[in-house]
Design a protein around this ligand. Sequence first.
Ligand code: TMP
Ligand code: ASP
Length: 245
Amino acid sequence: MNNKITKKKFLLEGKTKKIYSTENPYEIILHYKDNITTFDGLKKELLQDKGILNNEITTLIFKFLNSCGIKTHFIRKINNREQLCVKVDMIPLEFVVRNIISGSMSKRLGVKEGTHTKNNNTILEIFYKNDALNDPLINDHHAVFLGVISYEELNTINKIILNINNILKKYFLEKNIFLVDFKIEFGKNEKNQILLSDEISPDTCRFWDKKTMKKLDKDLFRIGVVSEEVVLDTYMEVLKRLNVG
Ligand code: TMP
Ligand code: ASP
């Protein structure tokens, strides 16, 4: 395997990652930064080495999903902060998957945080990625109307999401973690195949400790009552658990 992948050109910078092209037009390098932001970027900090932790956590999760037959953009980890991934056209939608009610759904619908969905039903939500509109919650019809996806693709994605949720719920439970909710994104490769893309990390999920119900994710930063060190230690704790077993 050739490990000497070199960055060709800087392509894009988001809040927590940077993207570079490579010599191969079908592959990109994803670079994980230390930035952590919330409330549409109103609150932001640098958490030293968070990028290293999220790169490793996402690597473990995507490797596992790949091994379960989920088609993802992840090819391999290159170094501490970087992954080699398939170049995709991102679909500008955030798919939120809820097993236990928390966060914005709790507030929006006045449901107590920690309420379980009925009959283990999975709740799916779609948010339109648009900074100027503050990423509004939309439905399938809005997404198709906006021209960013077709009904057929939504059907395919919904099936993939339920599959991913079943795989990850079990995976995390084995690490004594409840997968409360998470956000995922998809892109399309040059053959127009839909691939799970972006990251899956404590930045993009709610993880609760199975025994204590302690939060093990970015909510600690959002709520803001603990130090940055505690946030980092918590991300490290998640990584430690993923590395066991
Ligand atoms: P929410 O309850 O704030 O809507 O968040 C649901 C899940 O999605 C939670 O695990 C955090 C994640 N999420 C992101 O990763 N990025 C985002 O921009 C938002 C709003 C949520
Ligand atoms: N990432 C989003 C933001 O920066 C929301 C969040 O995860 O809290 O606003």
